[in-house]
Design a protein around this ligand. Sequence first.
Ligand code: 5GP
Ligand code: MN
Length: 340
Amino acid sequence: MIIDADKIAQLRRMLTPGAQRIVVVTHTNPDGDAVGSALAWSALLERMGHRVTCVVPNKYPYFLDWMSNISSMRIFKGEHAGEIAQTIAEADLIFCLDFNMIARLEGMSEAIEANVRAKRILIDHHLDPPHIYDLEFSHPESSSTAFLIYTIIKELAGEEAITREMAESIYVGLMTDTGNFSFSNLTPDLFRAVAVLVEKGISIPYINSAVYNSFTEGRVRLLGYAINKMQTLSVEGVGVAYIGLKESELRRFQFQVGDSEGFVNYPLTIRDVSMSAMFLETKHFIRVSLRSRGDLDVNLFARRYFEGGGHKNAAGGKSFVSMEQTIAHFRASVEEYLKK
Ligand code: 5GP
Ligand code: MN
């Protein structure tokens, strides 16, 4: 991955006045990449002498609770919204990590948009960013935002600026967004980065176990239930699978945020399935998760039919009708999309 040297120089200039008030934000329903990137980047900025507030729109999944410094992360949704909005209003710089559309911050969007004075910097690997940022590091070819953060830190401050804690945060991002180093864009430079993180003293078995082997019993039973509920269809010879989970079903398994993370990937382990969807009912809408393999583009599908987006093989969106209507819309959309 090549990062434009002029942009690094520009970033360096932006960060030169000391003790600036900086807000680092990442997307709603933050995943390992979002949280890992935000923690590592915030740690670097703090080491540079800035006053940093790291914010997520809502709670991160509980399997990230063990991460160092996670308690410093502010959660916008809830009792502290007003106070955090004030901090955002006073910020000199706002870093947007692992998303590119401000609307993806949901309830926090307004607070970000209200500060028209702060310079906004994008560091992200999603497709088609809107050109609303003062500085843009948009690299869809990067397997994770964490890898982008690693590369930018290296260019800006050198490997020596990375502490063991930062290395751990970065590794969580690399690992979760690449499906434990099994998806696409697995470049030699990515593995060179992992080598450096190991030199910093991280324990891969520890991180792996902390993230992947720390689920509740409810989550594992919910997975079994979800797989049993899965429906499949075949359109033009393309196998499609989907799972819908309603709030009443989730409650039966003591659902917590993050419990359904990864469910959508399982149907893709079926030989003949090339597209997988999951519909998760929340209080205000149904969250749509999409995965595909090969050339089948679910980013386009999410944009066209579910007010969303993402990457070619992993995307998401929303639906504001009932589960039954959502599934009917999905089936009709798949027919139309795959027949084109
Ligand atoms: P997930 O299914 O893991 O929630 O999301 C998969 C990918 O789709 C992520 O890269 C995420 O950023 C993107 N994504 C999920 N939901 C939305 C959405 O509502 N809007 C957009 N633009 N992207 C989404
Ligand atoms: Mn990501």
